[in-house]
Design a protein around this ligand. Structure first.
Ligand SMILES: Cc1cc2nc3c(=O)[nH]c(=O)nc-3n(C[C@H](O)[C@H](O)[C@H](O)COP(=O)(O)O)c2cc1C
Ligand code: SF4
Length: 430
């Protein structure tokens, strides 16, 4: 494993970065100082563009380009930070929130300065109560010391960060549902266009960025775009936090250079598989992603390489499943999640999700039929690509990929009226 110096997670687990004095001793707020005193907003935005930073919230959209879409029409602009993080298998923003809140605050003020925003909204998942309290205390300290609020660092820039807590709905992580939620409405995605850059929060030009994306901004300003762009693949560079979970010896958040092979992530960072086990499947980009398999272990972990494998890096939740995992059970867990979290606006997502969850649950309970399998094998085109937002398109990718790869496992659930793996574990013979 080549040595890689962590940037986003530097000091986490070693020093108390929730203490503003400790954060400052490690060079904290130097980037904000540089941005505000030595750079124009355009220069900051230009540096972020040149770094080729791509959003870490799921879609991998270039951050500089997103910022450049804001119209120059004199209306107030808003920056919204997405800390909803409810994607199954993803837990990196939660860590950043609790362990290094000042990095987020510093990144937010610099980003707001770059896009000339009037206000920042920090949307925090309702369940992150500790994180909310830690961030609130950090914001108080930062405001008292002049890093947020009025006349930041004695300059003309004043910037408030408004904290908004979610109420536990996964769909509120989708950017337009989040805007609705902040406005006090039911969290349901909006039809696009118009896009948030033109008509976002309260109808004003708005940028929504993920927590990790925002945390990449201070080091880009301090070390320069060329440094960031030199890490990993040219088209999607930078450090990336991957949340590794499942059947590995050392699950956890690992900061890696974008583009390392999946094998290296599992073996060198996460300690390898559990003793005596074989790899069966990996979800490389959270619960919404299609699986990759043993033969894909040399695939590089970045947006483009995983897209070429017909899956995605998504939010960076890397779920490893070994040969003790029942693919029907794993699919059931996921489709039930999406069915439950559907906001109900689109028929394919609302009704399709329910029917898929029922069929997979029947198979898992040993009550499924060959006709259930036939429907599951053909329903993808009806559900995917026919919805208002990507949640509906998240129901089928994992299920379809494992149905294609392990058809005999699904068929065995029909033939044996139950899970063959469970039968083996219980010592049954039939
Ligand atoms: C159902 C759903 C849930 C989402 N959840 C999150 C989330 O928790 N955090 C996040 O940053 N993006 C989430 N997104 C993506 C956001 O809509 C948006 O693209 C992202 O916040 C943009 O940030 P970025 O450009 O920095 O990646 C979600 C999207 C969908 C469709
Ligand atoms: S796809 Fe699902 S979650 Fe998204 S808007 Fe439609 S019904 Fe709601």
């Amino acid at each position: 494993m080549a040595t890689f110096e962590p940037v986003l997670t530097r000091g986490i687990g070693e020093i108390d970065l929730t203490d503003i004095e400790v954060y400052k001793q490690t060079g904290g707020f130097a980037s904000l100082d540089k941005a505000l005193r030595q750079m124009t907003p355009e220069a900051v935005a230009g540096e972020v563009s040149a770094s080729n930073l791509r959003g870490r919230g799921g879609a991998g959209f270039p951050t500089g380009k997103k910022w450049s879409f804001l119209p120059n029409d004199g209306r107030p602009r808003y920056l919204v930070c997405n800390c909803d993080e409810a994607e199954p298998g993803t837990f990196k923003d939660h860590m950043l929130l609790e362990a290094t809140p000042f990095s987020i605050i510093e990144g937010l003020i610099i980003s707001a300065y770059a896009i000339r925003a009037q206000k920042i909204f920090m949307y925090i998942r309702g369940e992150f109560l500790d994180g909310y309290r830690i961030f609130r205390r950090a914001l108080e300290q930062a405001t008292l010391q002049g890093y947020a609020g009025r006349r930041i660092l004695g300059t003309d820039l004043s910037m408030d960060i408004v904290m908004h807590r979610g109420a536990g709905a996964y769909i509120c992580g989708e950017e337009t549902a989040m805007l609705e939620s902040i406005e006090g409405k039911r969290g349901e995605p909006r039809l696009k266009p118009p896009f948030p850059a033109n008509a976002g929060l309260y109808g004003m030009p708005t940028v929504v960025n993920n927590v990790e994306t925002i945390c990449c901004v201070p080091p880009i300003i301090t070390r320069g775009a060329a440094w960031f762009a030199s890490i990993g693949p040219e088209k999607c560079p930078g450090p990336k936090i991957i949340s590794v979970s499942g059947h590995v010896r050392k699950p956890g958040n690992y900061e890696v250079p974008m583009g390392i092979p999946a094998r290296e992530l599992i073996d060198d960072y996460a300690g390898g598989l559990l003793p005596g086990r074989r790899l069966k499947a990996i979800q490389p980009g959270g619960g919404s992603s299609a699986a990759i398999f043993e033969e894909d272990l040399d695939t590089r972990i970045d947006f483009d390489s995983l897209a070429a494998k017909k899956t995605m890096l998504g939010s960076g939740g890397f779920v490893v499943m070994d040969d003790t995992t029942c693919m029907v059970r794993a699919s059931q867990t996921l489709v039930r999640f999406f069915e439950h979290e559907s906001c109900g606006q689109c028929t394919p997502c609302r009704e399709g999700g329910q029917w898929v969850a029922r069929m997979v649950s029947r198979l898992e309970a040993g009550e499924g039929s060959a006709s259930d399998l036939r429907v599951l094998n053909t329903i993808n085109n009806t559900i995917t690509g026919t919805n208002l937002c990507p949640l509906g398109d998240s129901i089928m990718p994992f299920l379809s990929s494992v149905l294609r790869r392990f058809p005999e496992e699904f068929e065995a659930h029909v033939r044996m009226a139950g899970c063959p793996l469970r039968a083996v574990a219980l010592g049954a013979t039939g």
